[in-house]
Design a protein around this ligand. Structure first.
Ligand code: GLY
Ligand code: MN
Ligand code: MN
Length: 436
């Protein structure tokens, strides 16, 4: 992503805010893992989207129409001792030269300078509620402006949720964003292929997680977009299983849900394959049913269709198949209307994908499911989960858990599957599995 891409986004946001508005966004705080060790730092996606800066202790300010400069960044100053211990800092000069700020100030001065910037503005655009400590500071700055009212200073009178404007922008991906998402998808596809190649009975789930991580790193992605799920056998039926600590057994399936993050952009892929070389008949029946549901759902991804069309298509296929296989009784229509399929398919068919793996953007507009538009990216990820002991799950089906997940871009003509390089037909997967 280039500096001009971030500048374009700021311009687009400022055009919508209009003169008299001020947007204020904090960087994500660092989070402690234990004592003096922090979690790896991840910038807040909104802040990253507008600034490109991946440092904590920063505040971005946008003031459309301000003659002395519209884009101000508060950040950490250069400090050779701190940098020797903790790593390089962008500093004030870097904020202007590399990140395009019109002016930059030390973060330590933010309590003095921000109230002055708020003077005589009309509307404050901020994301309220996600960082309560920052919300309190913002109110404190505004109160300090209000205290000056007798001196003729006016304080902003309107607080507007920045989320809405910003998240509508984030929902439609630019060509530059799609390049990064394609890269994340390609690295993740390689990682899944690697896991399919090296898997064998007796390995631990953690061994496969290590393979994924290795492929992400050598592919150029330092971080995964979310903790990888590697669930063998019954563990595949735990939707957000992340222990990844069991031995993989011949005869079981293993479900891997893993994606790389590239410059903040996520891939999110799930594949389910045999720990041995072949799917059993029962596993194959469930797998092919989920695959058919996924293909039906992907077909529904095109401009003009509503958000729920892919989900409805997947449910239709799954409900029909569950009745045919004898896992549910009654007519498919009744199974759908009564929602009994939810016993085996309890999640939705996808979500927006972008800087956040569960990305921002409303799913409903004016009470109606949103209409898909070119540039939107989403996942399509139906599954079936048949844990032993669940009503209607006989021994034949016990502990089969299957999910198949791809990342899909809405194009002007229909869709493009960004993760299509990850094998998913039974034949393609068994061919890979037979090589070891
Ligand atoms: N990996 C999280 C999800 O599939 O939604
Ligand atoms: Mn997903
Ligand atoms: Mn996933």
């Amino acid at each position: 992503m280039k500096a001009r891409d971030f500048a374009r986004r700021r311009q687009q946001l400022m055009r919508q805010m209009g003169d008299g508005g001020i947007a204020i966004l904090p960087a994500a705080p660092e989070r402690q893992r234990n004592r003096d060790v922090n979690h790896p730092y991840r910038q807040h996606s909104d802040f990253l989207y507008l600034t490109g800066l991946s440092e904590p202790e920063a505040v971005a300010v946008l003031m459309p129409g301000r003659p002395q400069g519209e884009y101000l960044l508060f950040c950490r100053e250069r400090n050779s001792e701190m940098e020797t211990w903790h790593g390089r800092r962008t500093g004030l000069e870097g904020a202007c030269d590399r990140y395009g700020a019109d002016d930059a100030f030390p973060i330590n001065d933010v309590d003095d300078i921000l109230p002055r910037l708020l003077e005589n503005t009309e509307r404050v655009y901020a994301t309220m509620g996600s960082d309560p400590a920052f919300d309190r500071r913002l109110l404190d700055w505004v109160n300090r402006v209000r205290d000056k009212s007798r001196a003729g200073v006016t304080a902003p009178v309107e607080f507007i949720d920045l989320d809405h404007l910003l998240h509508e922008m984030r929902l439609i991906k630019s060509p530059a964003e799609l390049r990064l998402m394609r890269k994340a998808a390609a690295i993740s596809a390689e990682a899944h292929i690697r896991a399919m190649r090296v898997c064998r009975p007796g390995l631990n789930e953690l061994d496969l997680e290590a393979e994924l991580q290795h492929a992400f790193a050598t592919g150029g992605a330092r971080h995964s977009a979310y903790p990888s799920i590697v669930g063998g056998g019954a563990n595949a039926c735990i939707l957000h299983y992340t222990e990844n600590a069991s031995r993989l057994r011949k005869g079981d399936l293993v479900l891997i849900d893993a994606g790389a993050e590239v410059e903040g952009y996520a891939a999110d892929i799930t594949r389910t394959f045999p720990v041995g070389q072949r799917y059993s008949r029962a596993q194959r029946a469930i797998y092919e049913l989920v695959l058919e549901a996924q293909q039906a759902a992907i077909e529904m991804v095109r401009p003009g269709n509503q958000w729920n069309a892919p989900h409805d298509a997947a449910v239709e296929v799954l409900a029909t198949g569950l009745v045919e296989l004898g896992l549910l009784k009654g007519r498919p229509r009744t199974v759908i209307n009564k929602g009994t399929y939810r016993r085996f398919y309890m999640h939705r068919t996808g979500h927006w994908l972008g800087l956040d793996v569960h990305d921002v953007g409303d799913y409903k507009v004016g009470g109606e499911w949103r209409v898909l538009e070119p540039g939107m990216t989403l996942t399509i990820e139906p599954g079936l989960y048949l844990p032993a002991g669940e009503k209607g799950v006989g021994p034949r089906w016990a502990d089969i858990g299957v999910r198949i997940e791809d990342d899909v871009l809405v194009t002007t003509k229909g869709h493009e599957v960004l993760t299509a390089a990850t094998p998913k037909s039974v034949n393609a997967i068994e061919a890979l599995r037979s090589r070891n």
